[in-house]
Design a protein around this ligand. Structure first.
Ligand SMILES: NC(=O)c1ccc[n+]([C@@H]2O[C@H](COP(=O)([O-])OP(=O)(O)OC[C@H]3O[C@@H](n4cnc5c(N)ncnc54)[C@H](OP(=O)(O)O)[C@@H]3O)[C@@H](O)[C@H]2O)c1
Length: 319
């Protein structure tokens, strides 16, 4: 892998990814709208990926061994990328999400049996209706789950984006379905773990479901490393990316309580009612057996969770 184009790459684990690529001696080109300068040694193409002609013009005649698309959120973006990058790369890696498996966001997703970790086969992008089909919470889901509309749209648009890119024969396509990413190194701009830390430190109640389900997690350092290795591999198709050992919202809160010296206070809500961001009333934690069989290094969530909590508390103190 001599040359890689990263679309995005200006913050969080995308930034770490381009550092890893550069430090391995890969020629890296980062494509974004220029809100921040890339690190030294990385070529910068300033373009809006939603502007097809602008993107083509900015890329000129460039070709790449691999494209890693960090910011493909919709089927329209995927279709545009398919047109622009077919013939420019042999391999296209899309950073996707475990939300593609969330049964509360589509009637077409079969809920996994409780306790059964979901493999890549639970969602077949190649068979998904890329340009329509039923979206939104469906009867197959365990309940309304109190999800905001954006969460439903995010999951369905990621499925459709995967479906569009999986249909391209000019390049090999990989969808890396990332677990929830906690920051052990960089500040997590989503603020989800910080939300718990703030409430627990202040002695305010945290809304959790009765008997919350575990979910899958990774950290910024691990997911950047996994994307780097997957890009350089010859794996094609979907890949679940998460640490070993699912964690539930109570595990997260107890880890925060251990470092703040304040026991978490819980407000228990029923399944189907809105709760805090990592409280789940349905099961879609991922199986990472395929990643393990491919020889990818996987950590254990419980081992690094204290580091993520310490980093979150440290960022809050510095702010
Ligand atoms: N955080 C999580 O827990 C989690 C979990 C699962 C999956 N994911 C996936 O992780 C990916 C994001 O990773 P990241 O946060 O580390 O991002 P990243 O690689 O740093 O990319 C974000 C950057 O992309 C650029 N960008 C956004 N829209 C653009 C556009 N239209 N054209 C060109 N550049 C654009 C922006 O920089 P400019 O403003 O300079 O353009 C933005 O700062 C997403 O695909 C998300 O679905 C995240």
């Amino acid at each position: 892998m001599k040359s890689v184009c990263v679309i995005g790459g200006s913050r969080y684990f995308g930034l770490r990814l381009i550092e890893l690529l550069r430090d391995a001696g890969t020629a890296v080109t980062v494509v974004n709208r220029g809100s921040a300068a890339p690190p030294p040694g990385v070529a910068h193409v300033v373009a809006d990926r939603d502007d097809e002609e602008g993107l083509r013009a900015a890329l000129g005649r460039s070709t790449f061994d691999v494209v890693i698309d960090q910011v493909c959120y919709t089927p329209l973006q995927a279709a545009l990328a398919r047109r622009v990058f077919a013939g420019r790369t042999a391999r296209y890696v899309m950073t996707s999400t475990m939300e593609v498996y969330d049964p509360a966001t589509s009637a077409l997703i079969t809920p996994a049996a409780s306790g059964t970790l979901v493999t890549e086969y639970f969602f077949d992008a190649a068979a998904w209706p890329a340009d329509g089909g039923p979206a939104g919470p469906g009867p197959a889901g365990p309940g309304p789950s109190g999800l905001p509309a954006e969460a439903v749209t995010y999951a369905e648009d990621k499925r459709r984006a995967e479906a569009v890119l999986a249909g391209e024969s000019a390049f090999a396509f990989v969808a890396v379905r990332s677990a929830h990413v906690l920051g052990v190194r960089a500040r997590d701009f989503t603020g989800r773990l910080a939300y718990y830390a703030d409430r627990i430190r202040a002695g305010r109640p945290v809304a959790v479901h009765r008997d919350p389900f575990p979910s899958s997690f990774t950290n910024d350092e691990e997911i950047a490393g996994l994307l780097f290795r997957v890009a350089a591999s010859d794996h094609v198709g979907a890949l679940n990316a998460c640490s070993h050992g699912p964690l539930d919202v109570l595990d997260l809160c107890e880890a925060i309580g251990a470092q703040t010296g304040r026991a978490p206070v819980y407000q228990v809500v029923e399944p189907g009612e809105p709760a805090s961001p990592f409280s789940f009333d349905r099961h879609y934690a991922m199986d990472n057996g395929l990643a393990a069989r491919l020889g990818l290094p996987l950590s254990t969530g419980a081992d690094w969770l204290p580091d993520a909590v310490a980093a979150t508390l440290g960022h809050a103190k510095a702010a």
